[in-house]
Ligand binder design. Structure first.
Ligand code: HEM
Length: 485
């Protein structure tokens, strides 16, 4: 017979009975002195923390990134220094609009957030499975998300809100075309690409800077679901993505992605045909071809979903030497938003949780105290800087290169580039689709748009598709009319 460890209260005292609450005599009311009962009920009430305001539903796994090509002439990031170098990673995939308990097989972008535990600190690349996004200014993000989430009055997602926002946001036409196309519902997290989406900066050892876009190409191949397949799967197994990822890794089928980058010499940005910092645009590969970097492999499931997935905190401004931000306004907004979200959701000491703390180096800061500090809090060391006691000191070396700016402060639109408009790339995407894909795209859009009762919203939305491509607009309009009667 195996001896079981003794069950204790949270303060470590042995529990006498974990099946029967203490009562005032058999059949009598319960006693406040029953510490096990009080503690269990009180702790249970506090199990939930605020869910992420977006990307609440997700799945995570650990693994490694291995450099396979020489890219050190573009960045001095140590973890990319030479082929063969391996860095531990944690990746969290997610849907965007649904809450923590929502289903996986839905039409929605997927988050693709990678934490590289490098020897120079954690590098977080917090991207999506789409190369572009709906909007190009962070001021619009809360409004955009409100339009996608439950309506304050009806309590359900309203097509009217989704399409009303779209009809006032022509820059979303590219992403809407992407989302309502075949790739709008990935079959699983393993069968989709990942993108950094934004433009970032790489800087090499000589101080030479490049603008860079990241592309993780799935080695499993892209697989998607039609609207009908997704509805069936969602009904049968709401946790399909979680089950797929977890099961594959448990079976030893380790998913991997090949990382490529597009690199633009900084001097070319000003005259490029598209604004290279506009998140609603891609850089066509004909302009900037893909350069291979390495492979991301996921080979270990978290031992505990709450500890390692729910408490994971990614922040786009966790950079390492050799990598930095671009002036993309959306990215700039995100550099603030994530740390703030984590301080609210997890607390000021979230950076000490095992999944978020550096693994290949140690943090050395003068930050102290705060709720739930659990790491010794700097012990006896001085908590100010400069000091005369050998405490950590600055390097004087910026992580990335400075960005040249000019002009006056104010609420500006970015300067227009030669081929910039809100529709050109949406039209191009429509035209590269096969006839069968276009058919499904038009059907998916029409099925959603036809549910909107307000004629003015429908008319404004249709105009965006027509501006992207005459045939696209005509077909969506015809399909919507047929459905609305
Ligand atoms: C200005 C625009 C944006 C704002 C203000 C914003 C804000 C947020 C916030 C507050 C969270 C929740 C963080 C948490 O509680 O842990 C979040 C999660 C996330 N966002 Fe954004 N977001 C923006 C745009 C984007 C874009 C453009 C992408 C992708 C390219 C993206 C990808 C993600 C991902 C992947 C997550 C989930 C991270 C995780 O798995 O923990 N977001 N965002």
């Amino acid at each position: 017979m195996t001896t079981r460890p003794i069950l204790t209260t949270e303060s470590g005292a042995p529990v006498a009975d974990n099946q029967n609450s203490q009562s005032a005599g058999p059949g009598g009311p319960l006693l406040i002195q029953d510490q096990q009962l009080m503690e269990k009920l009180a702790r249970f009430n506090r199990e939930r923390i605020p869910e992420r305001v977006v990307h609440a539903r997700g799945s995570g796994a650990f693994g490694y990134f291995e450099v396979t090509e020489e890219v050190s002439r573009f960045t001095r990031a140590a973890f990319l220094a030479e082929p063969g170098r391996r860095t531990e990673v944690f990746v969290r995939f997610s849907t965007v609009a649904g809450g923590l308990g929502s289903g996986d097989a839905v039409r929605d972008p997927r988050g693709f957030a990678v934490k590289f535990y490098t020897e120079e600190g954690n590098y977080d690349l917090v991207g999506n499975n789409t190369p572009v996004f709906f909007i190009r200014d962070p001021l619009k993000f809360p409004d955009f998300i409100h339009s996608q989430k439950r309506d304050p009055f009806t309590g359900v997602q309203e097509p009217e809100n989704v399409w009303d926002f779209f009809s006032h946001s022509p820059e979303a036409t590219h992403q809407f075309t992407w989302l309502f196309g075949d790739r709008g519902i990935p079959a699983s997290y393993r069968h989709m690409h990942g993108f950094g989406s934004h433009t970032y900066q790489w800087v090499n050892a000589e101080g030479e800077a490049f603008w860079v876009k990241y592309h993780f190409k799935t080695d499993q191949g892209v697989r998607t679901l039609t609207a009908e397949q997704a509805a069936e799967l969602h009904g049968r197994d709401p946790d399909s993505h979680q089950r797929d990822l977890h099961g594959a890794i448990e079976r030893g089928l380790f998913p991997s992605w090949t990382l490529y980058v597009q690199l633009m010499p900084v001097a070319e940005a000003g005259t490029y045909r598209f604004d290279p910092f506009d998140l609603t645009k891609v850089w066509p590969h004909a302009d900037y071809p893909l350069v291979k970097v390495g492979r991301l492999t996921l080979d270990r499931n978290p031992d505990n979903v709450f500890a390692e997935v729910e408490q994971a905190a990614f922040s786009p401004n966790n950079f390492v030497p050799g990598i930095g931000p671009s002036p993309d306004k959306m990215l700039q907004g995100r550099l603030f938003a994530y740390g703030d979200a984590h301080r609210y959701r997890l607390g000021v000491n979230h950076t000490q949780l095992p999944v978020n703390a550096p693994h290949a180096t140690q943090a050395a800061t003068y930050g102290r105290d705060g709720a739930m500090r659990a790491d010794g809090n700097g012990s006896r060391s001085k908590n100010y800087e400069p000091n005369s006691f050998g405490g950590p000191a600055q390097t004087g070396v910026p992580l990335a290169a400075g960005i040249e700016v000019s002009g006056v402060t104010g609420s500006h639109r970015n300067p227009a580039h030669a081929e910039d408009d809100d529709f050109v790339q949406a039209g191009a995407l429509y035209r590269v689709m096969s006839e069968a894909e276009r058919e499904r795209l038009v059907g998916n859009i029409a099925a959603a748009l036809a549910q909107v009762p307000d004629d003015a919203i429908v008319t404004r939305a249709l105009a965006h598709f027509a501006a992207a491509d005459h045939d696209y607009g005509f077909r969506v309009e015809t399909a919507v009319k047929a459905l609305r009667g």
